[in-house]
Ligand binder design. Sequence first.
Ligand SMILES: *[C@@H]1O[C@H](CO)[C@@H](O)[C@H](O)[C@H]1NC(C)=O
Ligand SMILES: *[C@@H]1O[C@H](CO)[C@@H](O)[C@H](O)[C@H]1NC(C)=O
Ligand SMILES: [Mn+2]
Length: 394
Amino acid sequence: MQTISFLAFGSLFILARGHPGHDDQLPLDYVQFPFQPPYRGANGEATADAIFSGITTFAKLPWIQCLTKDRETPFDIAFIGAPFDTGTSYRPGARFGPAGIRAGSRRSRLCGGYNVPLAVDPFNAGLRIVDCGDIPVTPYDNKFAIQQIEEGHKALLHREAYSPLGNDSVTREKLVPFSLDGKNHPRIITLGGDHTIVLPLLRSIHSIYGPISVIHFDSHLDTWKPSIFGGAPSDQAAINHGTYFYWASQEGLINNGTSIHGAIRTTLSGPEDYENDDNMGFKRVEAREIDSIGTAGIIKKIRDTVGNGPVYLSIDIDTIDPAFAPATGTPETGGWSTREFRTILRGLDGLKIVSADIVEVAPAYDTNAELTTIVLFEVLSIMTKTPLGKVVVH
Ligand SMILES: *[C@@H]1O[C@H](CO)[C@@H](O)[C@H](O)[C@H]1NC(C)=O
Ligand SMILES: *[C@@H]1O[C@H](CO)[C@@H](O)[C@H](O)[C@H]1NC(C)=O
Ligand SMILES: [Mn+2]
C-alpha cells in the first residue's frame, strides 16, 4: 500500500521538483484528505485518511523534518512549534501549546479549506505549506532555550521560498522582496510557547528584514521594564513573558511608531506603564474600544498605524475572552469574542505579514472542545492571498 501511495503522489513530487531520495519518508503530498486517498484496501477500494486518525500535524499538513534530514526541502509557509514555558509569571503549561494547537487544528480541512469571507483556500492555492515539527527547546536553561529558538527560526527563515514571488495582483507589476538580501524568503508561523519566545523570533526576523512593524494582539502590554515586571533578580529573570518587547525595543528590532497592541485590558503598576509603552514605540487599541468604535474602527486604527510595509503578527491567545479560549496561563476577562477577533484578523487582509506566531496556549486549562486554533486559519488565508513583496516605483 505504501508503494501505491508513493507512486501516486511521491513520484509526482519528485518529477516536479527534480529532488531524488524521498523514498525513506512519507511523500510530501501524503495527506490530501479527502481528495486523494492515500490507502487502498485488498480489493483496491479507496479509503481516505480520516481527519481524526494518523499522526497529528497542523491541519494535517505534511510533516517535513526541516531542521534535520529535510533541510534542503523548500516550502512557502511553515508551521513550527517552540515548546517553551519557563518565562511565565503565573500558570505554566504553554510548553504543550504546539501539541494542543495541532490537535485542535485537525478538522480545519474536513471537506476542504475554502475561507468564504476571504475567498481563498489556503491549502489549495498553489503554495507549499508544511509542518516542520518543533524546535528542540531545553526546559532547564532559559538562556540556552532562547538561543535554540532563534537559531531554529533562522534555520527556516534564511532559506528561499519554494514558489517564486509573483506579480502584484492589482498592477500586474513584478514584485521585489522586502528582505535586506533581496531574496524571497518563506513565512514561518510559530506555535508557542509562552510569549518570551517572541524576543528570539524578532531577532531572527530582524536578520532578514531589519526593524519591523509589529501587530501584537494581547490583553497585556509586554513592554514592561524588568524592574516592574518580575523585579529582575538576575539577568536571565529580566527576560520573561512580560518584558520581551522592552528588550526587543532596546535592541532596535521594532519600528518606532508603526507598531500597535490590540485587545489591551491589563491592570498596570500605574499610568506611567502607558508612558513607558509609548517610549517603546507602540500605539494601543484597548479591548473595550470595541464598544465605541467597533471592529471596523479597530481595523482602521491598526491599518493606519502599520501602513503598507512588512509587518510581524504576534497573537497571544488571551486576546480572546477566556469564556471562548480558557486555555491560557494569565486569563483576563472582558476580551473579544472569537467572532469579533476573527473579523479583526480578516480586516488585516492585504497586509504584508512576513511571519506570525500564536502563543500562551496552555491546553491543560482548555475545555475538551479544543477551540483555540481557528484564528490561525485566517492568518494563513491572508498570507496565501498576499505575496510578500513591493512594487518598485520607476
Ligand atoms: C510579471 O511582470 C513581468 C515584468 O513586468 C512580466 O514580464 C510578466 O509577464 C508578468 N507575469 C505575469 C504572469 O503577469
Ligand atoms: C520612539 O519615538 C519617541 C518619539 O519620538 C521617543 O520618545 C522614543 O524614545 C522612541 N523610542 C525608541 C525605542 O526609540
Ligand atoms: Mn503576552
